[in-house]
Write a protein that binds this ligand. Sequence first.
Ligand SMILES: [Zn+2]
Length: 583
Amino acid sequence: MLLYQHDNEKTNIGEHNCLFVDFKKIFNDGFVTRNGDVRPPSKYDTACQQYAVIFQCQSQVQFGGVGTVHADYDLAPFVAKSFYKHMRNYFTDVEGLTKEDAEIVLKAKYEPCVIDNDKIKDTPAYKFAMRQLEREGIQASEALYHNLNTLESRAGSQVPFTSINFGRDTSTEGRFVSEKMLRASLSGVGKHHLTPIFPISIFQYKQGCNANPGDPNYDLKQLAIESLSKRIYPNFVNCDYSQAYEDPNNPDTYFATMGCRTMLGYDRHTDSYNRVGRGNLVPNTMILPKLGIEYGVCLGKRETPDLKGFWSAFEDLLMLCEQGLLERFDIMVNQPPEAGPFMYQNGTMKDAQKCCVSNYEALKHGTLAMGYIGIAEMCQALFGKNHAEDPEVHEFALSVVKRINEYAKDASERHDLNFSCYATPAEGLCHTAAKALRKQYGIIPNVTDHEFLTNSHHVPVWHEISIFDKLAVEAPFCKYPTGGCITYVELDSTFVKNTKAIEQIIDYAFKELDIPYLAFNFPIDSCLDCGFQGEFNDACPECGSHNIQQLRRVTGYLTTDYRHFNKGKQSEVEHRVKHSKFS
Ligand SMILES: [Zn+2]
């Protein structure tokens, strides 16, 4: 196995992978489903309900994740609308006025009737409205979390893979949204307040906004770290990243990720870094360890690696990857728009409504991802050591990923499409590919002797290395996968309670190493009988129950119990060393 076409069974129905939904459009215009149309929301709780419905409907016409670039900017206008309604309710419900008279009073004495109007802050009406708004905010955000954690999609086989980015909006209403999302995450879902699997929340770290003490949203960063130390989420995305290319005046260009790692880079068809209404169309993944085995020293066929042979075969592989993506693109483009009615009627994807016969006008904004897996095993097979063990091997590994990046740029020019280099999540592939290589080549230590191949350019999970060394090894790779990558740190469950240390790691990764996307892993074991949460294996220390859920981040997403996952990923989880032990 040399190249893997992801979700191949979706090829003939032409579905694409993932999408950042254009919520502004859909909240302005309302939307249509098979059974009827829905009016634009007029308050925060309705907007939160529609959010979940839109995520679900969209997820039915694609096979990967669905997200928003900025939940705070999406929902802030409805916080303002709710506030106004609660103000009016004071005069109708408390003072007994008619709706019309209440409006007249508001116009005469409470202009502008907004949360930030200091002149009305001491009035009973304002205090009433704020109490109501607070209650609505908590309930609606918790309901959103419950909905996104339980909604079924794709014939009931999956929960929609939802991702929400936030943390940048410094308006009172925007801050309200970010704060309520974090509180909902902290509160948890269900009877025992368990950790929500969805949505994946992503905190958008930005200096001058929320990164440093004195920044207007610094308190939200603190709350985000509190949430992650209990719930694993939010992940942190670095909006100061050297290749974020934001337009400070346009939140649609703010750096954001699909929770699993997908990022949207440059769109040659709008000449911008606008990320809304776009997604990754499909990834193909190159199984690099196979080239390592063929041209390396691991089989004992040669003393030194045949690097000339490697590079030549690698060029052929890149070409094959490009061709596979083009074929897939052709099939998607030639579907009728009616095949994805929700997307094409409502314009959740950019320019979807321009599509008549083919889907080209919309799909051209998406990315075709040239993915890679197993840099570690590739190096081990070639040189007898991995990229974390030797600076020269590290440099070689880097040149391989750099080449994918360059090739993707050239392919974009050749075909007038957005190709990207992609650090594939490889959910099932890590196991499938490892099995195939072992069948062909037998057991090779640290190449085919595990049940899994190492994700993208990651340091192998079993490699004993400190937090800061791991970050330093992986950071230089991050500037090439324009289609997305993620950097993980494994912690033990006591370390993660040290929120100051967590903050230092985030600051170091972003300010010093220019890492784009960072996430922390630690075990969360929950007793399903009494709700006790901690790190324990067989029995609940509180009530002795064996009814335990072992929550782990297995791929880009959390999995309710990692023992449900494939053998490769289970084994990978069990091999993970905690980097906090070596720090
Ligand atoms: Zn218990």
